[in-house]
Write a protein that binds this ligand. Structure first.
Ligand code: SF4
Ligand code: SF4
Length: 468
């Protein structure tokens, strides 16, 4: 079986455990599936994330273990000669949200996110890329080339019940969901600032921050500059065939099984970041699933040794700030004028980066962390319960997320991530002005509002208070 992803990391795995062997076809891909030891940890409630589709449905058929079983049957030939086009695997994977919870929490580290990506790629080969996958996977290119028409179309679709229904029928986009609207203007990278008292960093602005919520990137720039760093925004390398299109990690292509396109995006990113990698300059990202894809999935794209170097030099903003605090960084912050409800992104949890967020949040005077609030906000049932919790928060509490759901229910907009910026006397950028307008609208009184976009419905948060 010719695979799209590089599964050689599983090459040295054995022939299965005492309970089941490696399927007879699939090579190293089959070995990746066969690491499951069927102890059904993924079918339990309790702390953690895994497996959200089981937790929502309470149906073992939607657990990681059941997916493994389906793959084993497929690769053993029990699902017929063409299992990747059949209904069994598709049904088994349908509710897998690619959260990476299993990679982190499964005792055997089953990576169903990657296994599903390979499945989708195989299926695309045999059946062609579906319209919906082409649309959602190609979002970085659509919005990069045709920002204004895409914005107009999305706004029209959100307003028109007829278009909503048509999009549901022909593209599988749920009519009751609002689609995120691209910002009126994309992020405009400023000229690089010279190295500050704490050195130089490169800011990687992902597709979603770039085109949907540029205020996030602008706010991050302000925070980094206020912390004493000179900031250069990563741009396509010279010689890039699309110099005007923003960089993209390729996550949307991976999520839809378009591995070759994801690989092309990844190569673009590596070429753009090569000088920073060479110079040992830290690279800061904002969106967990983008940045953590670069640390993880890039290995499976067979991109060479640069990936390992990238993994060591790239950080989420809060990771970087937390790391730098050990090297003397302090950010004097003001107390929050409201409660913050923290909603961790699933990939943040899978890669253990929530601690950094907690640490950075802890710099805010009087900030108290309430873990139960985090538990409330999760997929499915719990996410809906979280919506209620949001509405019930005393004093109009604030949900804080670095990524947002693909769109709240009509009429109920998800509360947005707050990034509380350095003081206005450092120069009121568009971000601050916009943030303050929204804050005023929501009664937050001077609280900046920033978020990033992702198709998954899980969120993460970063909060900074204004410098005093
Ligand atoms: S997927 Fe992981 S947690 Fe679930 S049964 Fe297999 S080994 Fe256990
Ligand atoms: S990626 Fe998430 S949803 Fe999919 S099997 Fe793993 S834990 Fe379950």
């Amino acid at each position: 079986m010719k695979t799209h992803l590089d599964w050689s990391a599983y090459d040295t795995y054995g022939i299965g455990d005492a309970f089941s062997g490696v399927p007879i076809t699939g090579g190293n891909y089959a070995k990746a599936v066969a690491v499951c030891m069927h102890n059904r940890e993924c079918q339990r409630e309790g702390r953690g994330v895994m497996c959200p589709s089981f937790r929502i449905t309470c149906d073992p058929a939607h657990s990681t273990e059941a997916r493994v079983a389906a793959f084993k049957a497929a690769l053993n030939g029990d699902l017929g000669p063409s299992p990747f086009t059949g209904p069994e695997l598709a049904a088994s994977l349908d509710l897998c949200v690619l959260c990476k919870g299993c990679k982190k929490e499964c005792p055997s580290a089953v990576d169903m996110t990657l296994i599903k990506t390979e499945f989708l790629a195989q299926r695309n080969d045999l059946m062609g890329v579906r319209r919906r996958s082409r649309l959602l996977g190609g979002l970085p290119a659509w919005v990069g080339h045709w920002h204004r028409p895409v914005r107009a179309l999305v706004r029209w679709r959100n307003r028109s019940p007829l278009l909503r229904k048509a999009a549901e029928k022909f593209l599988g986009l749920a009519a009751r969901r609002r689609i995120p609207v691209p910002a009126a203007a994309s992020f405009r990278p400023p000229a690089p600032t010279p190295a500050g008292s704490r050195g130089q960093v490169v800011l990687f602005v992902d597709t979603f921050a770039h085109h949907f919520e540029p205020e996030i990137a602008e706010a991050a720039l302000e925070v980094l500059k206020a912390a004493g760093y000179g900031v250069t925004v990563a741009r396509p390398a010279s010689g890039d065939s699309e110099p005007d299109r923003s960089l993209c990690c390729g996550r949307t292509y991976l999520s839809t099984g378009q591995v070759e396109k994801a690989r092309a995006e990844a190569r673009r990113v590596l070429a753009a970041l090569a000088p920073a990698l060479e110079a040992g300059i830290p690279i800061i990202g904002l969106e967990p699933s983008c940045l953590l894809s670069m640390r993880d999935e890039f290995y499976s794209l067979g991109l060479g040794a640069e990936v390992a170097r990238l993994g060591k030099q790239i950080f989420l903003l809060e990771e970087f700030l937390a790391r730098e605090s050990h090297r003397g960084l302090t950010l004097p912050l003001k107390p929050l004028p409201c409660k913050a409800l923290i909603h961790g992104h699933c990939h943040q949890k899978a890669f253990g980066t929530m601690k950094s967020m907690r640490k950075v949040l802890g710099w805010i005077p009087d900030f108290q962390f309430e873990p139960d609030r985090v538990v409330v906000l999760r997929h499915g049932r719990r996410l809906r319960a979280g919506g209620g919790a949001l509405r019930r928060l005393p004093g109009h509490g604030r949900a804080v997320a670095a990524a947002h759901r693909a769109g709240g229910r009509a009429g109920h907009r998800h509360r947005r991530q707050r990034l509380l910026l350095p003081p206005p006397d450092r120069g009121r950028g568009r971000a601050q002005a916009g943030s303050h307008r929204r804050a005023a609208a929501s009664g937050a009184g001077g609280v900046g509002v920033v978020k990033t976009a992702r198709r998954e419905n899980i969120c993460k948060e970063v909060v900074h208070a204004r410098r005093q």
